[in-house]
Design a protein around this ligand. Structure first.
Ligand SMILES: Cc1cc2nc3c(=O)[nH]c(=O)nc-3n(C[C@H](O)[C@H](O)[C@H](O)COP(=O)(O)OP(=O)(O)OC[C@H]3O[C@@H](n4cnc5c(N)ncnc54)[C@H](O)[C@@H]3O)c2cc1C
Length: 388
């Protein structure tokens, strides 16, 4: 094995895999280390939605929504076998926190932002057709909208991106644990272990893509100083063995402004997510009965005939984007310490992995630029044109 790399990426979730892929394609010699399995962290526990970005259509998150829709379009073209677009129905009741005029406005903006897609625009379902919506509760129902949204198999997409990274020359080590890095004149000396065996290699740049484990990883890296700590959000999904419907729904949860997705999944039904702040070790995330009940009650309210109990439930963690003085207001997902040759990724959504990786690699290229003419002279190759 080579013992000198331009870049070492810690964490083999979708973000680490995406960065390794973008770096390798652009001629940066890359090693990526993952301690459990490719995508075994939160990248196999997501809601599987690439995301319409509907919840981001507020004045403060407008750019985010635009980005998610653009990424949806790109992923649909580069990974057509792994990404599926369907209608999602959005019922609005008299007591719903979102009023029909507001949802109409959100959907009109959404249509405007996705005008470059070939997808149909949103529609309002006429009242006489509400009975065709899989037993949806009609009491106090005042409007039903439908919009196009995109689903994927998150674990499989992560593995395919990783496969592409390897194909373009990245070295992928798993199960290998990153134990720490000591600063050297030209970057870092990285210590890893595989089982009881330790080894070391050198890299010129370090990326922390360890998701919920980022703070733990930071504590083992020399000379980073005091970094902002991340806040972890726990999100829970439940699964029913029984199919509820071939149709997909976004329904309101009891918490104001919170929407729950209900969709077919592997012959049964997937419902999520219930979110709350998490403190504790990311290795010990437990699903609470309160979250399972919250989601089960939402299903029972909206589909009173569906009286089944969930057969499985799981929770995952996502780190929130950074805030505070060291975070760039426009790109709160990347923490770049140029002199330390370190980049951390915080709170990137699954569906935004490609654009986050592209931004990260552009920065890494710029920072390594002066040192490597070989890298500098190559035009940047975007992963938007690489099929996976
Ligand atoms: C329940 C839930 C639902 C979600 N739903 C959606 C959704 O519908 N759409 C969406 O876009 N996003 C969604 N998200 C967010 C999305 O899943 C995550 O933001 C994304 O998967 C994070 O990817 P990641 O690569 O940063 O982290 P992870 O996938 O967690 O990867 C980090 C990796 O680092 C590894 N690691 C940690 N420490 C070390 C070490 N010392 N050495 C080596 N490896 C290490 C871990 O084993 C892990 O595999 C959801 C999140 C959750 C929790």
């Amino acid at each position: 094995m080579s013992t000198h790399f331009d870049l070492c990426v810690v964490g083999g979730g979708i973000i680490g895999a995406g960065i390794a892929q973008a770096a390798a394609i652009n001629g940066i010699s890359t090693v990526i280390v993952e301690k459990r399995g490719w995508g075994a962290g939160n990248s196999s526990k997501s809601g599987k939605l690439i995301g319409s970005g509907l919840e981001d259509i507020t004045p403060f998150k407008f750019m985010h929504a635009r980005e998610r829709l653009a990424e949806r379009r790109i992923l649909t073209s580069i990974a057509p076998d792994l990404v599926e677009t369907n209608w999602f129905y959005l019922p609005i009741y008299q007591h719903s926190p979102s009023k029909p005029w507001f949802v109409t406005l959100q959907l009109a903006v959404h249509d405007g932002l996705s005008r470059h897609d070939s997808l149909p625009r949103h529609k309002r379902i006429p009242e006489q057709n509400w009975r065709e919506l899989s037993g949806l509760n009609q009491y106090n129902l005042c409007a039903v909208y439908a919009l196009q949204d995109t689903q994927t198999d998150d674990a499989q997409l992560t593995q395919e991106v990783l496969r592409s990274a390897k194909h373009h020359g990245a070295m992928a080590l798993c199960p290998v644990t990153f134990n720490g890095a000591a600063k050297t004149e030209d970057g870092y000396r990285v210590q890893v272990t595989k089982g009881s065996r330790s080894r070391a290699f050198d890299c010129r740049f370090l990326v922390n893509a360890a998701g919920a484990w980022s703070d733990q990883v930071n504590q083992t890296i020399d000379s980073l100083g005091q970094l902002p700590r991340t806040e972890l959000i726990k999100s829970t999904y439940i699964e029913f063995r029984e199919p509820l419907s071939e149709q997909r729904f976004y329904v309101d949860g009891q918490t104001k402004g919170h929407r729950i997705a209900i969709m077919p999944w592997r012959g049964g039904t997937l419902v999520g997510g219930a979110e709350r702040i998490f403190s504790g070790s990311p290795d010990r995330v437990e699903t609470s009965m309160a979250d399972v009940d919250y989601l089960t009650n939402a299903v029972r309210y909206h589909f009173p005939h569906f009286r089944h109990n969930p057969c499985d439930a799981w929770s995952g963690l996502r780190a929130t984007p950074l805030s505070g003085s060291r975070a760039n207001a426009r790109e709160r997902r990347l923490l770049i310490l140029e002199s330390a040759r370190y980049l951390g990724v915080y709170g990137a959504q699954f569906g935004s992995y490609r654009i986050v990786a592209e931004k990260a690699v552009t920065e890494i290229n710029r920072i390594l630029h002066d040192q490597s003419e070989q890298i500098r002279d190559r035009p940047y190759i975007s992963t938007a044109s690489i099929s996976i």
